[in-house]
Design a protein. Structure first.
Length: 245
């Protein structure tokens, strides 16, 4: 009788456990639903409208930049920029014009968790940048302590230094928001650190295309971008999203 009682008790436990598990599973499912959405993967291309606007309002500047990124994973993107700039820097002693082209390549990582099929980005990234350019010394003023001259001597003898190059790294942080289907607007900021640069023999580079104004003996630079871009979808991937009850 004792063995029969143990057997019946065990049988009841075995019958109750699956029902308990099923009830728990149903409860979990009632609290969370999972849906599948299609996320777009493809090439996004655009341009920096900030440089175009500045070209119209600043007589000392002309610039153009195209940008692009390609989505590798849900969060990771290959990214790069290609552009050209001409900018004149004038101060009390120098009038210099830098002119050249540049290329930057790196990655972006999306920190923003999109809802459903949204494709917005709040991202951080890194770039390696390279530029080839020339420096034109339009005029310069010679500093002297000789009281014989009433005014400092200023030379307008044009000197051109060609074949210069620079290499740097930069950190990027920015936002891209989808206005309408596949059309994005964005803003970003860059902090740059110079690796190596060629400089003219008698003055420092005040401006380098792609690097912008140089600070602290040309080692650091800063930049901003305002871009409009369009996503060209190539394929889609499924993304599972859990929706709380």
């Amino acid at each position: 009788m004792q063995r029969i009682s143990i057997f019946i008790t065990s049988l009841i436990i075995l019958m109750v456990l699956p029902l308990t598990s099923l009830a728990q599973e149903n409860q979990d499912n009632s609290l969370n639903d999972t849906i599948i959405v299609k996320q777009k993967y493809g090439l996004r291309v655009g341009g920096d409208i900030g440089k175009l606007v500045r070209s119209f309002i600043d007589e000392d500047y002309t610039g153009f930049e195209i940008s692009g990124d390609y989505r590798l994973t849900q969060k990771l993107y290959l990214a790069g920029e290609l552009g050209t700039e001409e900018n004149s820097v004038k101060n009390d002693y120098l009038d210099v014009t830098a002119k050249g082209s540049y290329f930057k390549a790196g990655i972006d990582y999306n920190l923003y968790k999109n809802w459903l099929d949204m494709e917005n980005l709040i991202y951080t990234g890194a770039r390696v940048g390279a530029s080839t350019f020339s420096q034109n010394l339009n005029s310069y003023t010679v500093y002297t302590t000789d009281q014989y001259y009433d005014t400092p001597y200023t030379s307008s003898d044009l000197q051109e230094y060609k074949g210069l190059s620079a290499l740097w790294i930069e950190m990027v942080i920015g936002v891209k928001a989808e206005l309408v289907t596949n059309l994005f607007v964005g803003i970003n900021a860059q902090v740059k650190g110079m690796i190596t640069q060629d400089q003219p023999s008698n003055f420092e580079n005040l401006y380098i295309p792609g690097f912008n104004r140089t600070f602290d003996s040309g080692r650091f630079g800063f930049g901003f971008g305002y871009n409009v871009s369009y996503l060209i979808p190539i394929y889609k991937k499924n993304k599972k999203i859990t929706i709380p009850d």
